[in-house]
Design a protein around this ligand. Structure first.
Ligand code: DX5
Ligand code: ZN
Length: 221
């Protein structure tokens, strides 16, 4: 049985400077953090818009070598896998809630050379993704209702995280267990105890006055 993954701080570009996202990505790179969380919104599955594949492609052209953890908050994600894979996504996560062929979409993500993930909204129980656990590299438990940065962490998601961690152990699976929404050092510590290993942080990361200290605190989780 492999040990659980080391804690990974994963800054969310949504909270970066939208007039200069390449500079925001460089901040992450200069701190030697390997991942960047890219939130993609369609104004339909969630009541907001963010950016699209061209933004990822532009970050690549600007020299970013970060691992693009791409969170698709889309009603029809299956129509957008190729553009994001071509634009430079390394991992593409899709939500379980909309009605489309999830297994085929996960397989398509892999066939295009990316890792794949499945995402649950706060109102969605762990059992909704149970059958996909052997197929994914990452399970993302939303700890806020998706759509906006800067919301408050939903502590009632902790049992769901533990349930997924326990299934991972019992079935000898090795997907990453990611949390997203309202994550700071304190809430990440609670999620770490519950079993999470990958911590999306938007507002708390980009607003941190001492980012090196912030990164060091996450490394100790
Ligand atoms: C919410 C997004 C999050 C967001 C998190 O819809 O999926 O990734 O950027 O932002 P904070 O960390 O500010 O809650
Ligand atoms: Zn996200």
């Amino acid at each position: 049985m492999p040990p659980p993954p080391a804690p990974l701080l994963n800054p969310s570009l949504l909270a970066g400077d939208h007039a200069n996202l390449a500079a925001s990505a460089r901040i992450v790179d200069e701190l030697r953090l390997p991942w960047l969380h890219c939130d993609i919104m369609d104004g339909h599955f969630v009541p907001n818009l963010s950016f699209g594949p061209e933004t990822l492609a532009a970050l690549r052209r600007a020299g970013s070598k970060l691992f693009f953890d791409t969170h698709l908050m889309l009603s029809e994600p299956h129509h957008y896998i190729e553009p994001f894979a071509k634009a430079g996504a390394n991992l593409i996560s899709i939500h379980i809630e909309p009605d489309y062929d999830h297994a085929a979409t996960l397989a398509r993500i892999r066939a295009l050379g990316c890792q794949c993930g499945i995402v649950l909204n706060p109102g969605t129980p762990a059992r909704a993704v149970e059958r996909f656990l052997p197929l994914v590299d990452l399970v993302l438990v939303m700890t806020v209702q998706p759509g906006f940065g800067g919301q408050s962490f939903r502590r009632d998601m902790l049992p769901k995280i533990s349930q997924l961690r326990d299934w991972r152990t019992a079935r000898e699976l090795n997907f990453r267990l990611e949390v997203d929404g309202g994550i700071d050092v304190a809430t990440a510590a609670e999620c770490r105890t519950a079993g999470a290993d990958t911590f999306v942080a938007g507002t708390s990361f980009f607003k941190a006055p001492d980012k090196s200290a912030f990164v060091a605190a996450f490394a100790k989780l």
